[in-house]
Design a protein around this ligand. Sequence first.
Ligand SMILES: Nc1ncnc2c1ncn2[C@@H]1O[C@H](COP(=O)(O)OP(=O)(O)OP(=O)(O)O)[C@@H](O)[C@H]1O
Ligand SMILES: [Mg+2]
Length: 294
Amino acid sequence: MNSKENKAKIVAIANQKGGVGKTLFTRLLAHYLAEVKHRKVLVIDFDSQAHSTIRILPDWAERGGSPRDTSDMISGRRPLAETITKGHEYGGGGRIDLVVSSNLLADEETATAYAAPGKGLALRDVLYEADDVLESYDVVLIDNGPGPMLQRLSIAAADAILVPMEPTEESRLSTEAINADMRRIAKRYNAGPCVIGYVINRYDPTSHRMAHLYELTASDLGKQGFILGPIRRRGAYENWPDGAPMSSVKWPAEVRREINLTLEAICDRIEQSPHQEAKFASSDSKIDELLAGG
Ligand SMILES: Nc1ncnc2c1ncn2[C@@H]1O[C@H](COP(=O)(O)OP(=O)(O)OP(=O)(O)O)[C@@H](O)[C@H]1O
Ligand SMILES: [Mg+2]
């Protein structure tokens, strides 16, 4: 086994609240890492809605992609290497591959809800046992869907966690929930998955209410994490054609400047965050207790 330094950093993009920008940031980060930083990126679409799959690799089936998806990976029916679909290649060795998702992942999510023995560490086991795969990539990005079940698995597996959120009261509440989850998981199962940042998304500087909530969020999180952004609501992000490279999209200069600053800061933090030390062996049942609310 090679040293951990040769292995990909595992980054979970997480927030239990739906629609805050998890998939947008997964996509932005995957493309920035591959196209600008020439990194090898594996995206795991850990959402049965399959939004990352649709956005990043809409033609995966025509590419002769593997018929395997995240449900095969997480159930252990196939080793990770056999579930990867080759995606986009860029200059300088940068690339984006994908473990595509489908509605079948919902069955695995249901099984996780019942905390079948061993399920709790399923994703961590899959990744930790796939040395060959982790050594072939620089970064693994896990795009989570809304809801806590699969997200907890990804937090237990991650070296680093990125939390997109909005300056709204609902988003503040769901961010508190995910912080509580992370603290519990960190205490019991990892040396501590490192939160590398909270990205404030869909910010509107003309809204007084939003400015107030932004201040509140910044002071909440000031004690325990980093604020990144803010990123404004921009039609430009909506107009990024599925499957297209980021460099091909004609974004206004201020959009590109805003997003590049934030993405560069995220990349730095991914690089600086340490690989996690697992506290427990995969045979340990304690995470199952956690998933069951213990
Ligand atoms: N700053 C922004 N400006 C404009 N549109 C945005 C912005 N952020 C996100 N969106 C759009 O809002 C929608 C929801 O974002 P996204 O799918 O990334 O959220 P999500 O957190 O992944 O949602 P889910 O919880 O369902 O997975 C998408 O259509 C996305 O393109
Ligand atoms: Mg999503």
